[in-house]
Design a protein around this ligand. Structure first.
Ligand SMILES: O=C(O)CCC(=O)C(=O)O
Ligand SMILES: [Fe+2]
Length: 399
């Protein structure tokens, strides 16, 4: 990087003074301002992350009473926390272990090999990102993590519609050369298939929790968003006030599920309404599940998309791998708020007036988070005032 570019990058990353928690409001650098406690409901009222046993969901002959109890537990977790840990989920853990081995293989490659698959070469934001490439929280130094992101592939989805998926809706992947990382693609594809199958069941429970029929989403997930971001966080020595592994954000799709290694790293932190960061306590062979913005939009913020971050710090911190799987409706499925969630006590959130697709929402957020990307808003709007960005043509604080 030339000195000129380095200076420019540092200048762009200067804090706006607007990120962080001020007077009970949370300013996120993506131009998002949120109240710590939502306008209605009990979102953010938690001191720990609930652990939910999915046995009733995966049973071939579900007991109706156990299933009803599960729906109630999921509904409570979705309203209050937006996060839960799942156990007895039915995923063969050897699939997850193979995926962690593949991550170790890929992230262990020399930097120049990994850079061959750099995300800036992909118009759909897939591929490799080196440490500090993103800076989700602009008050901090940058995100101390490496990642390799791949998208849904209709031809490996046995329950999908294969060739019938509209070509425009398919994101091209940048797979590493099998000579460099032979385990990577097969492991990620195996992990994606396992997560997809679980999420196609869990979304039925979510539909019931929303007061819909369990089949409500079936036709909306024939070519779902099913991205996987393989992540490696080196141990960080700086305090969370200066640096994070991944800055504070919300996820953009319906639900995310995350496996992490070591399972008890406690680096993932979830923000409650008191402004405290709470880490899920994981047992071996469990996943964290969290809701994304699309569920908040569908339910008018009755189910919450909760702010979280990663700080891989602490005396015993070691390198941490995690594998979030981001699950959303089919790319061109329009999402608008369900009528049962719009009431006198809970009027429609202004931001949800227009229906949006998961694809648009993702691209918009990615263009803001990846300010160095060739398609980023910053590239085409050099005249924007410092500290401001554009969302849907409207100037908002954030870079
Ligand atoms: O690494 C983790 O545990 C969480 C990652 C995350 O929040 C994300 O990629 O959106
Ligand atoms: Fe996230």
């Amino acid at each position: 990087m030339s000195t000129e570019t380095a200076t420019l990058a540092t200048t762009k990353r200067k804090p706006t003074g607007r990120a962080g928690i001020v007077d009970g409001k949370l300013y996120l650098s993506q131009g998002i301002v949120r109240n710590l406690a939502p306008a209605h409901g009990n979102g953010g009222e938690f001191d720990s992350i609930p652990v939910i046993d999915l046995s009733a969901m995966i049973s071939p002959n579900p007991d109706p009473i156990a299933l009803e109890k599960l729906v109630a537990e999921i509904k409570d977790a979705c309203m209050r926390v937006g996060f839960f840990v799942i156990k007895n989920h039915g995923i063969d853990w050897s699939i997850v272990e193979e995926t962690f081995a593949a991550l170790e293989e890929f992230f262990g490659l020399p930097m120049e090999t990994k850079m061959l698959y750099h995300q800036s070469k992909s118009p759909s934001f897939m591929g490799y990102e080196e440490p500090y490439y993103t800076n989700v929280d602009r008050l901090k130094k940058g995100d101390l993590k490496e990642s390799m992101t791949t998208a849904y592939d209709p031809w490996t989805d046995e329950l999908g519609i294969g060739d019938e998926v509209p070509k425009l809706m398919i994101r091209e992947n940048l797979w590493p050369n099998p000579k460099d990382a032979p385990k990577f693609r097969p492991a990620i594809e195996g992990y994606r298939a396992a997560c997809l199958s679980l999420m196609r069941k869990l979304i039925k429970i979510l539909a019931l929790a929303m007061g819909e029929k369990e089949t409500y989403f079936d036709k909306k997930i024939t070519y779902p968003i099913a991205g996987i971001r393989a992540l490696y966080y080196p141990p960080q020595t700086a305090s969370p006030d200066e640096e994070t592994g991944l800055g504070a954000h919300t996820d953009v799709q319906m639900m995310t599920m995350i496996a992490q290694n070591p399972y008890n790293a406690q680096s993932l932190q979830v923000l409650n309404a008191k402004g405290e960061w709470i880490s899920p306590q994981l047992e071996p062979e469990t996943f964290v599940v969290n809701l994304g913005d699309m569920v908040a939009r569908l339910t008018n913020d009755t189910f919450v998309s909760t702010v979280h971050r990663v700080c891989n710090s602490g005396d015993n911190a070691t390198g941490r791998y995690s594998i979030p799987f981001f699950f959303g409706l089919s790319n061109d499925e329009l999402v608008s708020t369900l009528p049962q969630f719009i009431t006198e006590e809970a009027p429609l959130n202004e931001n949800y007036k227009d229906a949006v697709t998961g694809y648009e929402h993702y691209n918009k957020r990615m263009r803001i988070a990846h300010h160095d990307h060739p398609t980023a808003d910053g590239k085409t709007s050099a005249a924007l005032p410092y500290g401001m960005t554009k969302i849907d043509g409207v100037l908002v604080p954030g870079i």
